[in-house]
Design a binder for this molecule. Structure first.
Ligand SMILES: Cc1cc2nc3c(=O)[nH]c(=O)nc-3n(C[C@H](O)[C@H](O)[C@H](O)COP(=O)(O)O)c2cc1C
Length: 473
């Protein structure tokens, strides 16, 4: 078990997945340039970077904490997280029921544990000026905290939410709070607005990897991310409550306490986002900072995203594959589902199905669009299961040879959209393109005989393969 961020860095270093960048670097673009370089080294397996000396600050910086799929796999290994998320799937077979039961027990026992505030052991910082907050890209509107765990409590029922939402530094005690309107933090803010209250918010920068990954995972709204991190870790998350603010992990490197007035907004951005573009400035809530605390020797953690490829691609791919059972359990015809990183995750989704009845491709599309954060998806293409949807050349071939656009491409207007999509006329509201690239059947109105796909008998191919190998010797 990894107990905190320094322990995680030691874990990475032992496995040769951490690069120490010695010598002075600037928080102004230079850390981005190093991280960008690390991400071009090896897709899915890039190193985390530890900047020991940052110009003008006495706090080191770490980036690219999740550049390695192997690390993510190891963090989740042996946990019952999969059973819990894919619980409907597990219920289908009695063979799986015992593991579901174990998962449920684990979830109950992973309830967060409260300890008294440890902040007396922390040092109180003057303001945000003490933190090595990055200016990530040249045309960003300023400096942004890019990996904060933003913790809120529902003013209605006390439910906890943890999400990573970037925070633009407006001045040393004021930041933006870029929670998209569909996200947990924004929902708590809208509840506060209805009740005419302000919302106390706690922010943890730097904690153990289980808490960070859990905050990123698109869990159903209302599910406590600190319970889920307990499941991944295999033991309860230890939280400390500090006065009126939501409890933060007791192993936080940096704690920022403050509040949001849900009626107050300010222009946020531009910010170089994971779409590969600068986001269009929009109005977002602001976060008023009451106090900042840091461990005696804290480490500041940041994420750098931009034109693909960066760590968000690694995290997104891993978490999505991990969540797949939940989706498959609701739509058993789905054989695979893939969000190509170049499609920015929210903009493109490929699904393969084993079609058994007319219109089943549509059923698959609608179930994707109705599922949590997948509702942001802009373009969905559904294929038969003979297409490997992770192989772009097979995808292109099927798109070229299995659709008649007037029949198989449909546009759905006025739907919810990702607020990062600059192509829509209005923020977070746009259209969808549904592409049915499955082979059409007579029941679906196709009046001709769908031609067979060319191929050789499998035995013959195998036989020639064997002969071929001997020819090469
Ligand atoms: C590095 C990074 C930055 C992110 N920035 C934002 C952001 O600014 N706004 C946002 O709404 N989501 C952002 N996300 C995605 C959310 O953290 C993610 O959707 C999460 O599931 C939200 O949790 P929630 O459903 O509890 O709100 C970011 C994710 C990562 C990995």
């Amino acid at each position: 078990m990894i107990k905190d961020l320094p322990d995680y860095l030691a874990y990475l270093e032992k496995r040769n997945r951490l690069l120490r960048v010695q010598g002075n670097v600037s928080a102004d673009l230079e850390i981005t340039a190093f991280t960008d370089r690390a991400n071009r080294e090896k897709r899915y397996e890039s190193k985390s970077l530890f900047f020991t000396s940052v110009d003008g600050y006495d706090i080191p910086v770490v980036t690219n904490l999740f550049g390695s799929t192997n690390t993510l796999r190891e963090l989740f290994q042996g946990s019952y997280a999969t059973e819990i998320l894919g619980n409907m799937h597990a219920f289908k077979s009695q063979r799986k029921a015992p593991s579901l039961l174990k998962g449920a027990k684990m979830f109950m026992s992973a309830k967060p544990k409260a300890v008294p505030s440890q902040l007396s052991k922390y040092r109180k910082l003057k303001d945000l000026g003490d933190l090595p907050i990055l200016k990530v890209w040249p045309n960003d509107a300023g400096r942004f905290i890019t990996l904060p765990l933003v913790i809120t409590e529902s003013p209605r029922d006390g439910t906890v939410n943890v999400g990573i939402y970037r925070m633009q530094v407006f001045d040393n005690t004021l930041t933006g709070m870029h929670w998209q309107s569909q996200k947990g933090g924004a929902i708590h803010a809208s509840e506060a607005k209805e009740l005419g209250k302000t919302l106390n918010v706690a922010v943890a920068v730097g904690t153990d990897p289980y808490n960070i990954v859990s905050a990123i995972t698109p869990l159903p709204i209302g599910m406590n991310e600190f319970s889920f991190s307990g499941v991944i870790r295999g033991s309860s998350t230890v939280l400390m409550k500090n006065g009126k603010y939501p409890a933060v992990p007791a192993n936080s490197e940096i704690v920022i306490n403050g509040w949001v007035n849900p009626s107050e907004t300010r222009m946020e951005g531009p910010f170089g986002d994971h779409t590969g573009y600068y986001s269009i400035p929009e109005k977002y809530p602001v976060f008023h900072i009451d106090a900042i605390y840091a461990k005696k020797k804290p480490i500041y953690s940041a994420s750098v995203v931009g034109f693909p490829w960066h760590e968000d691609a690694v995290i997104g791919q891993f978490l999505f594959d991990f969540l797949k059972p939940a989706l498959k359990s609701m739509n058993e015809s789905i054989t695979d589902i893939y969000l190509p990183p170049e499609g920015i995750f929210t903009n493109m989704c490929f699904v393969s199905i084993k079609k058994r009845f007319p219109g089943e491709a549509k059923k698959a599309m609608f179930s994707v669009l109705g599922m949590g954060q997948l509702s942001f998806t802009k373009i969905i293409a559904v294929f038969d299961d003979d297409i490997n949807i992770r192989d772009l050349s097979q995808v292109m071939w099927a798109l070229a040879t299995r659709i008649d656009p007037q029949r198989d491409v449909q546009i759905i207007q006025d739907a919810t959209a990702d607020s990062l999509d600059h192509t829509t006329d209005m923020p977070a509201f746009g259209s969808k393109m549904l592409i049915d690239a499955t082979k059409k059947t007579r029941e679906e109105g196709y009046k001709r005989e769908w031609p067979a796909t060319i191929g050789l008998p499998k035995d013959l191919v195998k036989e020639v393969e064997r002969k071929w190998e001997s020819l090469r010797k």
